[in-house]
Design a protein around this ligand. Structure first.
Ligand SMILES: [Cu+2]
Length: 338
């Protein structure tokens, strides 16, 4: 199953466009009233997620039966809101859903240790709450829940969900602070062992945007090895949002960031800002990982959606580019020059 088709990836991952499909959407987005909805903090939204087996030995989460994907859907909430998730296990495996960054009781922990999991065929509800930043003593503040987090299985294969993670049960979780800028598009990139979204180049996702669109990258690490995420020709601030708060914001500006198992970050960029349209690359910067296929394309189209000069050729070269041990064998067999 080829689930990295770009157009579909964008539409299913965008909270803004997925509202009709029942995904929890920030109240401000639904109402279209921007921050006027701030007073409506503390809303509880209910969604149903279906865990299913996929071809190739993979598993995925989806917002409707038959729609599971790897990664799963982007889940979003405003800081202070609660997400009530009914997880339907349509597989013959024990599994769960475990969030990072939000507030939950032990029975929503998603770990077998707390008897918090779905037996094969079982339906179970998990509750994820969140809270805003609050003043502590002096000039200190207790952190709120806002952040670029993620969720994943914690029960398949082992008590740590190692098999579920290896086979695709993961996704992005975004908790926004009121006032945060909403993106035009979202891309979820999961470095999972030696794969990106459980694929290797050239089957890795090609993410697309038009010049100037506000693109949000949701970047997650899983598996048993460390990685570094690099995006060509774009840079971001190494803070909660990727944007600077002002001219004296001391956040370091970067274009490459460590990505260890279980960690996540996100940022927004304007596609092609100061560099123009084209086929740009994103990849792991651990060299034997990128050589092994941990690379993909960020296609920045012209503002009107047309293809920029050279992009087709670049994509064709990328797709003809083979990686890893299998690639070497193929080169040899076909007499292809790398
Ligand atoms: Cu890597």
């Amino acid at each position: 199953m080829d689930d990295n088709v770009v157009g579909r990836a964008v539409s299913r991952r965008s909270l803004l466009t997925a509202t009709a499909a029942g995904i929890a959407a920030p109240a401000a987005v639904v109402a279209g009233t921007s921050l006027a909805a701030s007073a409506a903090s503390g809303v509880t939204r209910k969604i149903t997620i279906y865990a299913e087996a996929l071809p190739g030995g993979l598993y995925g989460y989806g917002l409707a039966p038959g729609q599971a994907t790897v990664p799963g859907p982007v889940l979003e909430m405003w800081e202070g809101d609660t997400l009530e998730i009914t997880l339907v296990n349509r597989t013959d495996q024990r599994l769960s859903i475990h969030p990072h960054g939000v507030d939950y009781r032990t029975d929503s922990d998603g770990s077998p240790f707390n008897a918090s999991f779905n037996a094969p065929g079982e339906t179970r509800t998990y509750v994820w709450a969140s809270h805003e930043m609050v003043a502590a003593e002096g000039r200190r503040f207790l952190p709120g829940s806002a952040g670029y987090w993620h969720y994943h299985d914690h029960a398949m294969g082992t008590d740590h969900g190692t098999a579920g993670l290896a086979r695709g049960l993961y996704g992005a979780l975004v908790v926004r602070r009121r006032g945060d800028q909403l993106p035009d598009k979202q891309f979820t990139v999961v470095f999972n062992d030696m794969m990106i979204n459980n694929k290797t180049a050239p089957q890795t996702p090609m993410f697309e945007a038009n010049l100037g669109q506000r693109v949000e990258w949701l970047v997650i690490g899983h598996g048993g090895t460390f990685h570094t995420f690099h995006l060509h020709a774009h840079r971001w601030a190494d803070n909660r949002t990727g944007l600077l708060e002002g001219p004296s914001d001391p956040s370091q500006v970067i274009d490459n960031k460590d990505l260890n198992p279980g960690s996540s970050f996100g940022f927004q960029v304007l596609a092609g800002d100061h560099v123009g349209p084209g086929a740009w690359m994103y990849h792991c910067h651990v060299q034997f990982h990128s050589d092994g296929g941990m690379a993909g394309i960020f296609l920045v189209r012209n503002a009107d959606g047309s293809m920029p000069p050279g992009a087709e050729d670049a994509i064709r070269r990328f797709q003809g580019h083979v990686h890893g041990a299998a690639a070497h064998a193929q080169h040899h067999d076909e007499g292809v020059q790398g």
